[in-house]
Design a protein. Structure first.
Length: 250
């Protein structure tokens, strides 16, 4: 594939961002792995949250073959991309008080860990989610673009960004606007890479946590693919043993 074509250019841009995150955020990703391992070792529960397209990386580590069985999605009705009309999800991100209401009715408690994903980190829902969670004694990892904090203005009552209300921040290095390419005849930048990069960050943080648990002599509760022989039986056993920390099953 010619590098001068948009498809090849997108791969080059995404690979460049992945390398940048690996090289510049490695310590933060390792620290996130430590927080995950600490939470598991102490009997806490693990949750992820994202709104709009940020919900995709949040979902990517939940009930996943090869993944940590204890990862749970914190759902907010209407905040994912399958809501109709799709613009409703964007509107809900700006509603004050929604995150606190969600946490009030969620199983999250002191000692748990919540990963909040928001590319811009400027809207009320993710910022309030992080703030309210920390007030409850829940540790928060924020995955966001720190560049938005200098390239945009806050859109929430705190006057800050997600990065200002977390115990740990991992910067996905995505530029304001989330579009890697331009071309003659195309009226706007195109080819967003935030999902590729943020999903890689999520998987790398979970991998770091799994590795650290193993180093401590704690066997991580893992899921296997249901499409390999014995996979469903393995998963049922894991879920039965750790059911008090798994919230995506009946």
């Amino acid at each position: 594939m010619s590098e001068s074509k948009p498809a090849g250019q997108f791969f080059d841009a995404a690979i460049g961002l992945l390398r940048q995150v690996r090289d510049e955020e490695g310590e933060h990703i390792a620290a996130a792995g430590t927080l995950i391992a600490d939470t598991v070792a102490a009997g806490g529960r693990l949750f992820t949250f994202g709104a709009g397209h940020s919900a995709l990386p949040a979902q990517d580590v939940v009930y996943r073959a090869g993944g940590l069985a204890l990862m749970n999605l914190l759902p907010v009705p209407g905040a994912v991309v399958d809501v109709v009309p799709a613009t409703l999800g964007s509107a809900l991100e700006r509603v004050d008080g929604l995150a606190t209401t969600v946490l009030d009715s969620s199983p999250l408690r002191t000692g748990d860990l919540l990963i909040v994903i928001s590319l811009s980190g400027r809207n009320a829902l993710p910022v309030e989610m992080a703030m309210s969670a920390r007030e409850r004694g829940i540790r928060v990892i924020g995955v966001t673009s720190v560049g938005y904090a200098t390239g945009t203005t806050p859109r929430n009552p705190s006057g800050g960004f997600l990065k200002d209300h977390c115990d740990l921040v991992v910067d996905n290095k995505i530029a304001v606007g989330d579009a890697e390419l331009t071309a003659a005849g195309v009226g706007a930048p195109f080819a967003p890479a935030s999902t590729v990069v943020t999903s890689a960050i999520m998987q790398s943080m979970v991998a770091a946590g799994i590795g650290e648990l193993a180093e401590r002599g704690i066997e991580p509760p893992m899921l296997r693919s249901g499409n390999v022989d014995g996979g469903h039986e393995w998963n049922r056993k894991v879920m039965a043993e750790h059911g008090d920390r798994i919230f995506y099953r009946w």
